[in-house]
Design a protein around this ligand. Structure first.
Ligand SMILES: CC(C)(COP(=O)(O)OP(=O)(O)OC[C@H]1O[C@@H](n2cnc3c(N)ncnc32)[C@H](O)[C@@H]1OP(=O)(O)O)[C@@H](O)C(=O)NCCC(=O)NCCS
Length: 179
């Protein structure tokens, strides 16, 4: 089946669309995810992409061009790790239609095949059933509970660690040591 969504690197030009979709998604995102909803907060937040350790993508519906969500590849580490962790959120107007499963799937392919990462993690609070269902659909495996893992909504929250490694055959990035 042809993909219903496509990946677009986040750019400063996405600011107004992004902020209004985040504002419209407050109920969906709370208490799991905090994203910028004002131009100033967006500009500050975008700095995380300056040094290449984090990459941000908008997921857009191919048919309409509308942004349906975002996926970030965070904390990319090379060397003997060659891994990163995923952050993602749907935008409320188009949530619950499978767009995010497709979009995160495209990001995984990009991460394993183009960036040649070996490992992707998703760290998810135990009560976040929609996010747990999404990673299960995408073949992530449960690796364990990390107590007090991330500071979210004013407190250190336990997270479940879910992960996938690159499917074979996998071409390593040149930064992977030989031995
Ligand atoms: C986690 C989150 C991104 C999941 O978004 P989502 O809209 O549920 O994900 P999808 O777009 O893949 O949609 C899946 C739903 O669409 C349904 N669906 C409809 N058509 C579908 C299709 N063609 N393919 C797959 N699913 C389809 C699925 O059944 C599922 O619904 P269900 O949960 O009622 O069974 C969203 O809940 C969110 O933004 N949460 C707040 C932020 C957050 O928690 N981020 C993650 C932090 S770890």
């Amino acid at each position: 089946m042809p993909a219903r969504v496509a990946l677009h690197p986040l750019t400063p030009a996405d600011q107004d669309e992004f902020c209004s979709l985040v504002a419209a998604s407050a109920e969906l995102h709370t208490p799991w995810m905090q994203l910028p909803a004002t131009p100033e907060a967006f500009r500050l937040w975008m700095r995380r992409f300056d040094d290449g350790a984090n990459l941000g993508f908008l997921i857009r519906a191919r048919e309409t061009g509308a942004a349906v969500g975002l996926v970030n590849i965070n904390s990319i580490i090379r060397g003997r790790y060659q891994g990163a962790s995923l952050g993602y959120a749907a935008f409320a107007p188009s949530a619950g239609r499978g767009h995010m499963t497709e979009g995160v799937g495209l990001v995984m392919r990009h991460a394993f095949e183009e960036l040649r990462l070996h490992r992707l993690e998703a760290n998810i609070q135990p009560g976040n059933t929609a996010s747990l269902a999404l990673v299960r659909r995408l073949g992530f495996r449960y690796e364990g509970l990390s107590p007090d893992y991330l500071y979210i909504d004013g407190a250190w929250r336990d997270h479940e660690r879910w992960a996938r490694t690159a499917p074979a055959p996998w071409t390593p990035d040149p930064t992977l040591p030989d031995i």
